[in-house]
Write a protein that binds this ligand. Structure first.
Ligand SMILES: [Zn+2]
Length: 241
């Protein structure tokens, strides 16, 4: 009887210690968050106002209102790509800051929308892997990190899907954004290759923007040669102006 009482007391003390530890950690985290907010204020990635999160409620609501995930029509034969927004205004600014101004945290906001779009538009599709378009990084260049990789990895985490580097880039090419439709097709020809065999794997390529779809089309073809079925998803769509 005495032994049972002693065990009960030990268990009770153990639970109390765990409770005390959890409460202390919660309070310490709150203090840390508050001090960070005072001394290193987070700003909304859209309106730049001080905010506890990377996007304020007003901007999030505004983006929710224009969030319209759908398949981009007839962009390249056989290419199925979902895009969440039109590439303009705050979406264009956020993607630009994410790519060129080292604001990697913006990937978290963009991947939220991207993962919701994928869940909605591809709800009946099986996805085995998420991948990205590879790039050569050059310290002299504007691009110092592969933003598409960060975005795809963050999206995979939110969708609880495996993330894998499925493509390789064989040679460097010109940037696509100053090229015409036909120059873009030519510029990506033979630049990518599948990084292995992907027989019957359903692969989703995530990217920031789709314009003519030339890059995604080339990547899709290479993965299909390696046996995969391919879908694509981007944050935004735009057309050549
Ligand atoms: Zn805001």
């Amino acid at each position: 009887m005495l032994n049972i009482c002693a065990i009960c007391i030990i268990i009770a003390i153990w639970y109390l210690l765990i409770l005390l530890y959890n409460t202390t950690m919660t309070i310490l985290n709150l203090i840390k968050k508050y001090l960070n907010f005072i001394f290193f204020p987070t700003k909304c990635a859209v309106c730049n106002k001080k905010n506890q999160n990377y996007i304020c409620d007003d901007c999030k609501n505004r983006l929710n209102n224009i969030f319209d995930p759908k398949i981009v029509d007839n962009i390249q034969p056989g290419l199925v790509c979902m895009a969440c927004f039109e590439y303009k205004n705050e979406i264009r600014d956020m993607i630009h800051s994410f790519k060129f101004k080292n604001q990697k945290y913006i990937s978290s906001i963009l991947s939220d929308f991207l993962s919701f779009g994928i869940k909605k538009v591809f709800k009946n599709k099986k996805i085995d892997l998420i991948t990205f378009v590879p790039m050569f990084l050059n310290i002299q260049d504007d691009l110092k990190y592969n933003h598409a990789k960060i975005l795809a990895e963050s999206t995979a985490k939110k969708l609880n899907l495996p993330f894998k580097n499925c493509l390789g880039k064989i040679c460097n090419n010109k940037k696509q954004h100053n090229l015409s439709f036909y120059e873009r097709q030519k510029n990506v020809k033979g630049v990518y290759t599948a990084a292995g065999k992907f027989k019957n794997k359903n692969i989703l390529i995530c990217d920031d923007i789709i314009t003519t779809g030339a890059t995604l089309f080339e990547c899709k073809n290479e993965l299909e040669k390696a046996g995969a079925n391919v879908l694509c998803a981007t944050v935004a769509f735009t057309s050549l102006h």
